[in-house]
Design a protein around this ligand. Structure first.
Ligand SMILES: Nc1ncnc2c1ncn2[C@@H]1O[C@H](COP(=O)(O)OP(=O)(O)OP(=O)(O)O)[C@@H](O)[C@H]1O
Ligand SMILES: [Mg+2]
Length: 291
């Protein structure tokens, strides 16, 4: 990580218990995310991924009842004590079911919604809508009906609606879990592009470990509301015992290398996390055998 990067999200000993629940959904979470990082949040169902993400834009504890301990600082403000509509200028959040995020008759109106709530003047609004639609490859879709779009297009529209607010952080909660393979790919590519080309900080809860291994700078693994691993994809996916214990599958490339190693193939290289890594490592080994 380049050293000039500055923290944009800081959790300091955060614990959260939903009202009417006697267990902690998050326990003693301390983490720092730098501006421009792409961070994947992994963990099984109920691990606390959504809860953690809702703390970033202040929905927890401002709109969801419960007991929060500790501090959440986001872009220099106390997220626990800032109105959610104010946080929305810094943190955009996209959920798993795009259909439920659509409420307007046209794509343009859907993108305009948040801007109207902010009181953005009409002329500026038009510019922001056009920019946001371009960023998600939906140029020319302005007058289309959101509910008639494909799942992938709807999810890109949901991303455009938050981008129109010009946030510095894009939080996504399993944004591809209801999409077909093409829709998934479109959404992952847009998130990667926004991170790479626009320097946007991306926090993505996902089950697609292969994709996260490819795009994320860092992987945070939650289990029972606690952070159990936090490091580069290579560092985290090499922790085989830990992943097995909590029931999280490593990327297939890592599994292949582990399988070769256990099979006596004497794998001594770093464990690969992406298919490209695995191919390079295998080619090197095969070249050695052929010599
Ligand atoms: N509104 C709520 N009220 C009470 N408990 C909740 C509420 N939402 C979540 N929980 C509990 O908090 C814990 C963490 O849930 P959370 O939704 O954050 O997990 P998750 O990692 O996002 O899971 P999933 O992969 O299923 O989305 C779980 O034990 C869950 O049952
Ligand atoms: Mg969730």
């Amino acid at each position: 990580m380049p050293s000039e990067r500055a923290p944009i999200i800081e959790f300091d000993r955060v614990s959260f218990q939903y009202a009417a629940s006697d267990a902690y959904a998050l326990q003693d979470i301390s983490l720092t995310i730098d501006e421009g990082e792409y961070v994947a949040i992994l963990g099984l169902n109920g691990a606390g991924k959504t809860t953690l993400e809702l703390c970033i834009n202040g929905i927890i504890p401002n709109m969801v009842m419960g007991d929060l301990e500790g501090e959440v600082r986001v872009a220099g403000v106390d997220a626990t004590d800032t109105p959610v509509r104010e946080m929305a200028k810094t943190v955009g959040i996209v959920f798993d079911n795009p259909e439920f995020q659509m409420s307007q008759m046209t794509v343009a109106e859907e993108v305009a919604l948040g801007l109207e709530n902010l009181g953005v003047p009409y002329e500026e609004m038009r510019g922001r809508i056009a920019d946001a639609l371009a960023m998600v490859d939906l140029v020319g879709f302005d007058e289309r009906m959101p509910l008639a779009l494909s799942g992938g297009q709807q999810q890109r529209l949901a991303i455009a609606a938050v981008l129109a607010m010009r946030p510095r952080i894009l939080v996504m909660d399993e944004p591809t879990s209801n999409l077909d393979p093409i829709g998934k790919q479109e959404v992952f590519e847009i998130a990667a592009r926004l991170n790479r080309d626009n320097g946007m900080t991306v926090v993505m809860a996902e089950h697609e470990v292969e994709v996260m291994a490819r795009y994320a700078d860092r992987v945070i693994v939650l289990d029972g509301g606690r952070i159990v691993a936090n490091g580069t994809p290579r560092e985290v996916f090499a922790q085989r015992e830990l992943l097995e214990r909590i029931g999280l599958r490593p990327p297939q490339a890592t599994e292949l290398a582990l399988w070769l190693r256990d099979g006596g193939a004497g794998w001594t290289d770093l464990l690969p996390v992406t298919a490209d890594d695995a191919v390079t490592a295998l080619e090197t080994r095969l070249a050695g055998v052929a010599r």
